[in-house]
Design a protein around this ligand. Structure first.
Ligand SMILES: *[C@@H]1O[C@H](CO)[C@@H](O)[C@H](O)[C@H]1NC(C)=O
Ligand SMILES: *[C@@H]1O[C@H](CO)[C@@H](O)[C@H](O)[C@H]1NC(C)=O
Ligand SMILES: *[C@@H]1O[C@H](CO)[C@@H](O)[C@H](O)[C@H]1NC(C)=O
Length: 538
C-alpha cells in the first residue's frame, strides 16, 4: 500500500503543473469555493454514515454551517471571503489531508487534483486586500470584522466642506453580502507582514497596530503571534517610516517582556533608533497613489448603481443610429466627453447570452495577462492582475456579429489584422490595470501587425457588486461597470497624434467578478474610413 503522503505529493505535483494562480481571476476562486463546498458535504455524509475523521475536519465542517459560507460564489466576491478561502486551503485543508489516511474517500475524488493554492496565492490575496484598502480607503477595523466600508475622505485639493459630513459607505450592507467572516488575529498579523515584505511600511504599521488591539480585545487563540513578535514588528515598521520615537517605545515594550533569547537583538535595534530625530513629525500619513486622481475617480465610480462622472454637467444621453443596421432599434448612447479623447457609453449593446458566449470563449484560451514594457517583450506584473484570452471574429457567429456591430458604430474596419481579435479578460482579486495608454509609444516603429490602436471598444460582460470602474485620470471621468454596455474611446486624434487625456485605468474590483472584452482598432487599414485631419490639432 502506498503511504498517504504519496497521494498528497501527487496532488501538489499536479498543482505545480497548472501554472495559473487562483487569485489572478475571480472565476478560479469561484470554482475553488464550489469544490470546497463539495468536499465539506462529502465529509459530512461520511461522518453521518459513522466514518471517523480527525477533529480538525470535524470542527471545520461545523464552522462551515455559518451562513457566511452558504453561497460560495458570493463568498469569494468579497475580498475577505476570498482571502479566507485561500487560507483555509493553505493551512486547514492541507493539514487535514496530511491527517487523513484516505482523503479521496472522505472528500470525494473529483477535482481534488487542481485544488491546492500556492503560497503565492495567499500572498496575492493579502496584497489584494492591501491594494483595495489603499485605493478605496477602506476602514481597517471593518475589514478585520469581514466587512467592506469605504471611508469618507476630504479630497486633498477640494475646499468643499460638504465632503466632511459624508457618511462612510457600508458596502457589505449596500450590496447585501452574506454575513461577514471575521479575520483572526494571526491573519491580521500575516497581512501586516506581507505589507512589510513589500516595503509598504505605513500599511504594515497600521495592520500590526490592529493586531495589538485585537490581542487585547479577543481571547487568545491557537496561532496567535507572540506579543514580543508584534511589538518588534511595530518597532521595525515605525523605524522604516522614520518615526524613531515610537519605534524606540515599541522596542522598549518588547524588551519589557523579559525574554532573554531576544534581548540582545532588541537592545541593538533600540540603540540604533534612540537618538535619531523623527522625520516629518510623529503622525503617520497615508501614502497616495502616484497617479493624478486615480483613487478619487475609483471611489467616485465605486457603486455601479450610482452613475458617476466627476463632471456630470456635460452628460448627454441620446438615441443614435450610426448606420442603417440600427434603423429600427437605435442605440442608447451617453457622451461622457466630446473629443480628445471622445468617450461614450453605449447601453444594451450585448445580450446576457452573447456575454456568456464571449466569457466562455475567452475562458477556453485564458492566460495570465501581461504588460508590454517595450516592443516584443511581455511580463506578468502586479500592475495588471487578470487573465486574458484572445478570440478571433471567425471563432463564432456571436463574435462576428459583435465585431460587425463595432464596425457599424465606429465606421471603421474591425477585421483582423486591422482590428485586433477580441481580448476577453476576467479580473482577479483586487484585479486592476493601473493607468496606461492603449496606443503604442511614439518611438515604436509601426507595421500592420503592430499598428497604433486609434480606438478602443470595451464591452462589459458582467456586473460587479462594487468597484472596477474604467477611469480616465487626465480627463476626469469614471465609467462604472454597467452590464451589457460598452465604452468607446479614442486613443489618438484624427491626425493620429496620441491623446494625452486617453490615459485610463481599470480600478480594482471591490466586490464581484469583472469580465470585459476589448476590440482595438488600428490606424493601418483605416486610412479611408478615417481620413487624417489637416492639422496636428484636428
Ligand atoms: C456594515 O454592515 C454589516 C451588515 O449589515 C454590519 O454587520 C456591520 O456592522 C456594518 N459595519 C459598520 C462599520 O457599520
Ligand atoms: C492604533 O490603534 C489605536 C487604537 O487602540 C488607534 O487609536 C490608533 O489610531 C492606531 N494607530 C494607527 C497608526 O493606526
Ligand atoms: C478590412 O481589413 C481587412 C484586413 O486588413 C482587409 O482584408 C479588408 O479588405 C478590409 N475591408 C475593407 C472593406 O476595407
Amino acid at each position: 500500500m502506498r503511504h498517504p503522503s504519496y497521494r498528497l505529493f501527487v496532488l501538489f505535483a499536479l498543482l505545480t503543473a497548472c501554472d495559473a494562480d487562483f487569485y489572478s481571476a475571480t472565476f478560479r476562486l469561484e470554482n475553488l469555493a464550489k469544490i470546497e463546498q463539495q468536499m465539506v458535504e462529502s465529509a459530512r455524509r461520511y461522518i453521518q454514515q459513522g466514518g471517523q475523521v480527525p477533529w480538525t475536519l470535524q470542527r471545520l465542517c461545523e464552522s462551515m454551517s455559518h451562513p457566511g459560507y452558504s453561497d460560495p460564489v458570493r463568498m469569494v466576491h468579497s475580498p475577505v471571503g476570498a482571502y479566507l478561502l485561500l487560507k483555509r486551503f493553505h493551512h486547514t485543508w492541507a493539514h487535514i489531508m496530511e491527517e487523513l489516511p484516505n482523503p479521496l474517500d472522505v472528500l470525494g475524488q473529483d477535482d481534488l487534483a487542481h485544488v491546492f493554492p500556492t503560497p503565492a496565492d495567499l500572498e496575492g490575496s493579502a496584497l489584494a486586500l492591501l491594494r483595495l484598502q489603499g485605493v478605496y480607503n477602506l476602514d481597517l477595523p471593518s475589514i478585520a470584522e469581514g466587512g467592506v466600508v469605504v471611508n469618507c475622505e476630504k479630497s486633498q485639493t477640494s475646499t468643499d466642506n460638504s465632503l466632511e459630513q459624508c457618511e462612510p459607505a457600508n458596502l457589505s450592507r449596500l450590496t447585501g453580502q452574506p454575513p461577514p467572516l471575521p479575520l483572526e488575529v494571526s491573519d491580521v498579523f500575516y497581512i501586516g507582514s506581507v505589507a512589510y515584505k513589500r516595503r509598504e511600511f505605513y500599511y504594515a504599521a497600521i495592520w500590526y497596530n490592529l493586531t495589538l488591539n485585537l490581542m487585547t480585545q479577543r481571547s487568545p487563540s491557537e496561532g496567535d503571534p507572540g506579543l514580543l513578535q508584534v511589538l518588534e514588528a511595530l518597532g521595525d515598521s515605525y523605524s522604516e517610516l522614520e518615526k524613531y520615537q515610537q519605534a524606540s517605545a515599541f522596542y522598549k515594550r518588547a524588551l519589557d517582556q523579559g525574554d532573554n533569547d531576544h534581548s540582545q537583538r532588541l537592545e541593538s535595534k533600540a540603540e540604533d533608533v534612540r537618538n535619531k530625530a523623527d522625520k516629518h513629525g510623529p503622525t503617520l500619513v497615508r501614502p497616495r497613489s502616484i497617479y493624478n486622481n486615480y483613487e478619487e475617480l475609483c471611489r467616485a465610480g465605486v457603486l455601479q448603481r450610482e452613475r458617476a462622472t466627476v463632471e456630470t454637467t456635460t452628460l448627454t444621453c441620446t438615441l443614435v443610429r450610426p448606420s442603417a443596421l440600427f434603423y429600427i432599434s437605435p442605440l442608447k448612447m451617453e457622451v461622457l466627453r466630446e473629443k480628445e479623447p471622445r468617450v461614450a457609453l453605449y447601453y444594451d449593446v450585448i445580450t446576457d447570452g452573447e456575454a456568456g458566449v464571449m466569457r466562455q470563449l475567452g475562458f477556453s484560451k485564458f492566460e495570465r495577462s501581461t504588460v508590454l514594457p517595450s516592443p516584443g517583450e511581455t511580463v506578468v506584473s502586479d500592475t495588471r492582475v487578470s487573465e486574458t484570452g484572445w478570440v478571433p471574429d471567425t471563432e463564432d457567429l456571436v463574435v462576428a456579429k459583435l465585431s460587425r456591430m463595432v464596425a457599424h458604430i465606429t465606421g471603421l474596419n474591425t477585421t483582423f489584422p486591422t482590428g485586433d481579435n477580441f481580448q476577453v479578460l476576467n479580473y482577479g482579486l483586487g484585479g486592476q490595470y493601473e493607468p496606461h495608454y492603449d496606443h503604442l509609444k511614439e518611438e515604436v516603429s509601426r507595421t500592420l501587425m503592430a499598428a497604433n490602436r486609434i480606438l478602443t471598444f470595451l464591452f462589459y460582460l458582467s456586473e460587479v457588486e462594487a468597484g472596477g470602474a474604467t477611469v480616465f485620470t487626465e480627463a476626469n471621468i469614471a465609467v462604472p461597470v454597467v452590464k451589457n454596455s460598452a465604452v468607446l474611446f479614442e486613443n489618438t486624434n484624427k491626425a493620429l497624434v496620441r491623446s494625452r487625456a486617453s490615459v485610463h485605468a481599470g480600478c480594482p474590483v471591490l466586490i464581484g467578478s469583472k469580465w470585459v472584452a476589448n476590440k482595438w482598432i488600428h490606424e493601418i487599414g483605416n486610412e479611408l474610413q478615417r481620413p487624417c485631419g489637416l492639422t496636428q490639432e484636428e
